[in-house]
Design a protein. Structure first.
Length: 457
């Protein structure tokens, strides 16, 4: 079976591995026909690496889906957790963050499927871990959608109760999320803890579905069906209530019943809150519809694979089941403008921080040299008038403005250009003006008189 004719073990038969279509069929064959122990079956079936390896195309699809799922939901978590106004004032964002966390596990499961078999000597243990991750992600996702649906149902059907107990909304959300995570974790990973057909030795008895006993399948299916029925009931009820309210409003508007908007501020506030609840309820409906469509497509794909196994890629059903985890963050960002704004602000803040670190507050040296050459250095000398100091150019800067001669004038100092500089400025006079505090700040109680060139028309 393993192309190992020189093996000394009698149970290591020389069959071809093409006989086994899956890893579980290998275990069944050995346990039924060879009367070997479970450890020997582990050793024999673990040699069939081709039963757990994916093809190159499937590896690429799983890698892309896994990375996109993790990145998309991580962005949603960054926006919700990093913005206090969202998760402290609006409980729906707590449920959306919970949904994003559950979807991250779907991405982790897809990535684990591509490389996890390398780290496992016992191949069936790898398969149980992978399937447990997928089951866990989908059951927790269903529970998250159920909690969101119940929250929207109470807000729409019992608005007074919802408003009066708004202060305890976060506590109710925390209790509901904690219970759902505990139940889903115990259920999904119980096969890893021994609730599987290999450990309870019922794999060859005919009452197992793949690795799982019939009792586990019935329990998990019942819980999932209960969650799905709860989602359907709450969302259909909310949809009917919204349609009934809109129909009543249109009939009243046609009959000229209510007052025009803006007349009653209390009615405007009530209408605004109602529209917010409707928007959130429709967001929940979109997530539920996406989940049901993806799950139904995966079930249809699974049925086709059972009928036509040769024309159906293995593990494709798991990629279809996890497709809703890829769509959920996109739907969340489209429907929640506050979250989009918060994420955009976070990204821009990160970008500005990176730009500041890279540039390091550097200034162009050429601009510094150019600016230094245009501004002469001034030196103070003792004041020649009472309470006033007259600045004097440094020797190095005298050539920039020419040799100036200061001539006294009544109430004003007039500067005259030297003879060799007069041709450069022609009919221009240099006057002085008293400058208010600017780039150059002298000591207190002093005023600086700076030269300037004023063109005379």
């Amino acid at each position: 079976m393993f192309n190992n004719t020189g093996s000394s073990d009698p149970w290591m038969l020389t069959e071809t591995s093409d006989k086994f279509r899956s890893l579980v069929s290998c275990y069944k064959w050995h346990l039924q026909n060879n009367n070997v122990s479970l450890a020997q079956a582990h050793e024999a079936c673990s040699m069939h690496k081709d039963l757990v390896r994916l093809g190159t195309e499937t590896d690429v699809v799983f890698w892309l889906m896994g990375l996109l799922i993790i990145i998309g939901n991580a962005v949603v978590l960054l926006g919700i957790i990093g913005t206090r106004q969202l998760h402290s004032d609006k409980p729906i964002y707590i449920y959306l963050a919970n949904l994003a966390v559950t979807d991250v596990f779907a991405g982790i499961g897809l990535l684990y499927r591509t490389v996890g078999h390398v780290q496992h000597n016992v191949t069936y243990d790898f398969k149980l871990t992978y399937i447990s991750l997928i089951i866990f992600s989908q059951i927790t996702s269903a529970s998250a959608l159920t909690l969101m649906s119940i929250n929207a149902y109470v807000a729409m059907m019992y608005p007074v109760y919802f408003h009066n107990h708004a202060g305890s909304a976060k506590l109710r959300a925390a209790v509901g999320l904690s219970i759902s995570w505990i139940v889903c974790t115990v259920l999904a990973f119980s096969p890893k803890m021994g609730w599987n057909c290999l450990h309870i030795q019922t794999l060859t008895s005919g009452i197992c579905i793949s690795w799982y006993p019939l009792s586990f399948v019935i329990t998990s299916t019942s819980i999932l069906l209960f969650l799905c029925v709860s989602m359907l009931f709450t969302n259909i009820s909310v949809y009917v209530a919204i349609r009934r309210r809109e129909r009543r409003r249109l009939e009243q508007a046609a009959a000229g019943g209510p007052q025009a908007p803006g007349v009653n501020p209390a009615q405007e506030e009530a209408q605004r809150k109602y529209e917010e609840r409707v928007h959130k309820a429709r967001t929940v409906m979109i997530h539920v519809v996406v989940a049901f469509v993806c799950w139904l497509l995966a079930l249809l794909f699974f049925a086709v694979c059972k009928v036509l196994p040769d024309s159906c890629p293995r593990n494709g059903v798991f990629a279809g089941i996890c497709l809703n985890s890829f769509i959920n963050p996109i739907a969340t960002l489209i429907r929640m403008p506050d979250l989009r704004t918060a994420i955009w602000q976070k990204l821009m803040s990160i970008y500005q921080t990176l730009v500041t670190v890279i540039r390091g507050n550097r200034v162009d040296p050429q601009e510094d040299q150019a600016g230094a050459g245009n501004i002469p250095t001034l030196q103070e000398r003792p004041a020649q008038a009472e309470g006033q100091d007259t600045p004097r150019l440094a020797p190095d800067d005298q050539s920039a403005v020419g040799n100036c001669q200061e001539g006294p004038s009544e109430g004003q100092n007039t500067l005259h250009l030297a003879p060799d500089q007069q041709s450069a400025v022609k009919n221009r006079q240099i006057h002085t003006y008293r400058r208010t505090p600017g780039p150059y700040k002298p000591s207190r109680g002093r005023e600086v008189v700076l030269p300037t060139i004023v063109e005379i028309d």
